[in-house]
Design a protein around this ligand. Structure first.
Ligand SMILES: *[C@@H]1O[C@H](CO)[C@@H](O)[C@H](O)[C@H]1NC(C)=O
Ligand SMILES: *[C@@H]1O[C@H](CO)[C@@H](O)[C@H](O)[C@H]1NC(C)=O
Ligand SMILES: *[C@@H]1O[C@H](CO)[C@@H](O)[C@H](O)[C@H]1NC(C)=O
Ligand SMILES: *[C@@H]1O[C@H](CO)[C@@H](O)[C@H](O)[C@H]1NC(C)=O
Ligand SMILES: *[C@@H]1O[C@H](CO)[C@@H](O)[C@H](O)[C@H]1NC(C)=O
Ligand SMILES: *[C@@H]1O[C@H](CO)[C@@H](O)[C@H](O)[C@H]1NC(C)=O
Ligand SMILES: *[C@@H]1O[C@H](CO)[C@@H](O)[C@H](O)[C@H]1NC(C)=O
Ligand SMILES: *[C@@H]1O[C@H](CO)[C@@H](O)[C@H](O)[C@H]1NC(C)=O
Ligand SMILES: *[C@@H]1O[C@H](CO)[C@@H](O)[C@H](O)[C@H]1NC(C)=O
Length: 488
């Protein structure tokens, strides 16, 4: 054997060894557990899995974080509510094909996956490059369990959030308790299927901020979803599920949404050495659920004025509260008016986050005009708009009851058509008519002005021409002067 061949053989052996090492690096198999101190790294080296201690805590948790981000950024925690007190932890596949985490006592799991794996002992867990830890059987590519089904406080691209209507299984985010404790906190971000489905930020199960229903490109209450430069969303609402997934248009970008310990949803991207937050929700008091009570809307753009305003035809339920700038009591329809088959109609409100759709009905088959007629026919219908704002509006969304948690935006949102009595309708139409006639008057004034201007300038031009003629006539008399000047 010549030396070159020997070298070749050695390098072959070496590369084989490295290869073996690499393929086992992202996988936990029955005879290859992960002990505290070991890490798994996904194939593309985007994510790592291992044991960690958050913040100032000394406790040990199994988590997934970005492999290449120097500031450890945990995106998922397995045993968030049952930490280990020491470094005795082992994550392994048990005899039933489930992932289990054990401490000192190897026979009592601290945490485990609940997959029903039928009669198998050779399933394995793999950390994918999306940050998803999946439990698979070697013969099938079906996941028997995946960490994406049990999100903690972070939503990653390709992670599905929402409800499986067939099984009732819901995937939602929950905050950490604190920076030192990844345990289940009080804030949650979830899709609520009641009425027409909406996304809600809740605190202890109570709505804190309503993202609202999907309107084609975004949630009604999250206008910044329109300007998401790296993300694309896919929303599904059918008899099987109501879910949202976000994809990513540039796979080199690391991006995540985190529900923080203080109940804020921060969307950020990693750049050079830090996470850049490009959207935060909620932002202002108008984003808080029911800030202005029923039948009124919140307008944050006029800081001199009270931010709550009653809908047309409504008045404050308590004038004293309103005077003291407490909008929570909302508004009631003016006394003694009828909005049932007595000449009522609709008045539009522009650029709104639509009211709470838990009492709304949707019919994707109706046009906006049919929607109006349908709403007009039914006296319990209080407002309507398009269900989907794509292509100028598709479908019909109608409310039957108090209109709750509406706000306006400066440059986003839909038109909401609010049912009003005949008097308010007449006032609105008159104002609109006045506006129209004012517009016509303006057009008339402008036309007259243009004609006048034209006449005046023609007159001026004529006069000037006449003047020029005079100058021309006079000029020859002075020609000798110019000649002299030229000579000089
Ligand atoms: C860790 O310590 C706490 C309190 O000291 C105890 O309640 C808990 O059971 C311990 N956990 C484990 C896994 O030993
Ligand atoms: C370990 O757990 C098993 C089952 O809960 C229990 O029977 C056993 O006593 C424990 N062993 C120790 C050393 O604590
Ligand atoms: C597994 O199921 C048990 C009982 O149904 C539950 O208490 C536990 O939280 C589940 N574990 C996981 C990881 O889902
Ligand atoms: C898996 O099960 C087979 C028989 O069903 C058995 O021969 C084998 O030893 C088991 N392997 C492990 C790792 O337990
Ligand atoms: C969650 O809410 C409960 C009840 O209001 C409170 O006792 C607890 O401290 C809260 N937890 C956190 C992490 O804020
Ligand atoms: C997002 O865009 C990428 C690239 O254009 C595409 O591959 C992916 O399927 C899209 N994802 C979603 C959820 O629309
Ligand atoms: C108006 O106030 C009364 C008394 O406080 C209350 O019972 C009623 O529900 C309020 N109306 C609305 C629409 O909130
Ligand atoms: C909408 O129209 C389609 C086809 O015309 C029909 O199959 C469907 O049942 C209609 N949906 C509703 C809610 O009326
Ligand atoms: C009006 O709409 C409500 C809610 O959709 C419905 O329960 C009621 O039957 C409708 N009434 C009429 C007269 O169509």
């Amino acid at each position: 054997m010549n030396p070159a061949q020997g070298l070749l053989n050695t390098s072959l052996l070496l590369s084989l060894l490295v290869f073996r090492f690499c393929i086992s690096l992202d996988t936990i198999s029955p005879n290859q557990p992960v002990k505290d101190g070991d890490i798994l790294v996904s194939k593309g080296q985007t994510f790592a899995l291992g044991f960690f201690s958050p913040g100032n805590s000394g406790r040990r948790y199994v988590g997934i974080w970005y492999y290449k981000v120097p500031k450890q950024t945990v995106v998922w925690v397995a045993n968030r509510d049952s930490p280990l007190n020491d470094t005795s932890g082992v994550l392994s596949i048990n005899g039933h094909g489930n992932l289990v985490l054990t401490g000192q006592n190897r026979s009592t799991p601290i945490w485990s996956t609940n997959a029903s794996v039928s009669s198998t002992n050779d399933s394995s867990a793999q950390l994918l490059d999306t940050g998803n830890l999946v439990l698979v059987l070697p013969d099938s590519q079906r996941f028997t369990w995946q960490s994406f089904d049990y999100p903690t406080n972070t939503m990653l691209p390709y992670m599905k959030i929402g409800l499986d209507r067939r099984t009732g299984f819901s995937r939602y985010l929950t905050s950490w308790k604190s920076e030192d404790d990844p345990g289940t906190g009080n804030y949650s971000l979830e899709i609520d299927p009641i009425g027409y489905p909406q996304v809600f930020l809740k605190k202890g199960g109570t709505p804190l901020c309503r993202g609202g229903p999907w309107t084609g490109q975004r949630f009604s209450g999250v206008p910044e979803m329109n300007h998401n430069f790296v993300l694309n969303y896919s929303y599904v609402n059918n008899q099987d599920e109501v879910t949202i997934v976000n994809g990513i248009t540039d796979p080199r970008v690391l991006t995540r949404a985190v529900l923080t310990e203080s109940g804020i949803i921060d969307r950020s991207t990693w750049n050079k050495d830090r996470w850049l937050v490009f959207s935060s929700t909620p932002k202002e008091s108008c984003d808080m659920y029911k800030e202005c009570g029923p039948n009124s809307y919140c307008d944050p753009y006029n800081p001199d004025k009270f931010h709550c305003t009653c809908f047309p035809g409504f008045e404050p339920n308590s004038t004293r509260d309103w005077y003291l700038r407490d909008g929570s009591g909302g508004c009631v329809r003016r006394q003694g008016v009828s909005t049932c088959h007595s000449g009522e109609g609709f008045v539009p409100l522009a650029r709104v986050k639509v009211p709470d759709t838990s009492i709304a009905r949707a019919d994707m088959n109706l046009s906006l005009e049919e929607c109006k007629q349908e709403c007009l026919r039914n006296c319990s219908c209080t407002a309507y708009t398009s269900a989907d704002e794509t292509r100028g509006g598709i479908g019909c969304l109608s409310w039957h009851g108090d209109l709750v948690d509406t706000r306006v935006y400066s440059n986003a949102g839909q038109e909401l058509y609010i049912r009003v009595d005949a008097v308010v309708l007449a006032q609105y139409l008159e104002k609109k008519g006045l506006l129209k006639s004012k517009k016509m008057l303006a057009v008339l004034v402008v036309s007259v002005a243009v004609v006048l201007l034209l006449l005046v300038s023609i007159g001026y031009w004529l006069e000037e021409e006449a003047g020029k003629a005079k100058v021309c006539l006079i000029l020859p008399q002075y020609q000798h002067i110019f000649k002299n000047l030229h000579v000089v």
